[in-house]
Design a protein around this ligand. Structure first.
Ligand code: NCD
Length: 306
């Protein structure tokens, strides 16, 4: 039986806390001059990225390297994936190297769960279409906890293109498991109809934004839009952009990156001290080290796929 991390639903609050505690100790390692521990020496981690990525791919690579694993990075462009090799054949080919873990990002919802059926390696979902991005949610909780302490009772508004966002789906679940109260806000065309079934509130305007302790801004995800969901980016920005005029003192702002400066968030907010964006990126390495460690060495039981 192998453990995987496919969805935040694989984790209860105790499991999240265990991973984040482990991440805390890896954050200390990352503060040392020699940023390496021998935990995964002699084991192989494959990073398989079928979709654009800067932060997630670089931090998984750094995480595996700092755990002393041998790391193979495969991108869709420049690999046999471009020649039409199927996901199943690619995974079977890579299985010949006997990887301990496969980290996969794919434009298709369900891809990571599918890969878990084809390999003995531990599978980590690094984003599957509009479905989930569990390590992003874990690093978001880590970065926020490092700034404010426990999330119990915290009011978090997730603003923007919720419909196309795997980050929103994973974050809603993770924030709520940690005791926060979540509201999603954005144009009605970008709020999925079933969203309240996830336990959060939904608002088509930013009228109540002052109640939020934390505002989590989402990127307008043009690449997932097959039709026009908003009249124009200018009009979107006029009604929903997070900028200093809309914020009150004491509020914090997060964003998973990459940002569209001046669209969903203003440049001055990105660069101000109320923004956690840099801390989120930094948290990515320690949290992904913790996830790989827990799956391959530690004791956390994640989703068990027989
Ligand atoms: C997100 C993603 O790719 O899902 N980015 C990330 O991993 N940091 C969000 C996005 O692309 O908007």
């Amino acid at each position: 039986m192998t453990s995987h991390l496919i969805s935040i639903e694989d984790l209860d609050r105790a499991a999240i806390e265990r991973i984040l505690l482990r991440a805390q100790s890896f954050a200390e390692v990352s503060g040392r001059e020699i940023k390496k521990v021998p935990a995964l020496r002699g084991r192989t981690v494959v990073n398989l990225f079928y979709e654009a990525s800067t932060r997630t791919s670089s931090s998984f690579e750094l995480a595996a390297t700092r755990l002393s694993a041998d790391v193979i990075n495969i991108r869709a462009s420049g690999s046999s994936i471009e020649k039409g090799e199927s996901l199943r054949d690619t995974v079977q080919t890579l299985t010949a190297y006997e990887p301990a873990a496969i980290v996969i990002r794919s434009p298709y919802a369900g891809a990571a769960a599918q890969v878990a059926q084809w390999t003995d390696a531990a599978v980590v979902n690094a984003g599957d279409g509009k479905h989930e991005h569990p390590t992003q949610a874990l690093l978001d909780v880590f970065a926020l906890q490092s700034r404010v302490g426990r999330l119990d009772g915290l009011k978090i508004w997730i603003v923007g293109d919720v419909l196309h966002s795997r980050v929103a789906r994973s974050d809603i679940s993770a924030f709520q498991k940690m005791g926060a109260k979540v509201t999603v806000a954005g144009p009605p065309t970008l709020l999925p109809r079933e969203i309240e079934a996830l336990g959060c509130s939904a608002s088509p305007t930013l009228d109540g934004l002052t109640e939020a302790d934390v505002i989590y801004v989402l990127r307008m995800q043009h690449e997932r839009m097959q039709e026009a969901f908003v009249p124009s980016l200018g009009e979107y920005a006029a009604r929903y952009q997070i900028n200093h005029e809309r914020l009150r003192p004491g509020q914090l702002v997060m964003h998973p990156g990459p940002v569209n400066r001046g669209v969903e968030i203003s440049a001055d907010v990105i660069d101000s001290e109320i923004s956690l964006i840099g801390e989120q990126v930094k948290a990515g390495v320690a949290v992904r080290m913790a996830v790989l460690y827990e799956l391959l060495v530690g004791t956390t039981t994640l989703a068990a796929v027989a």
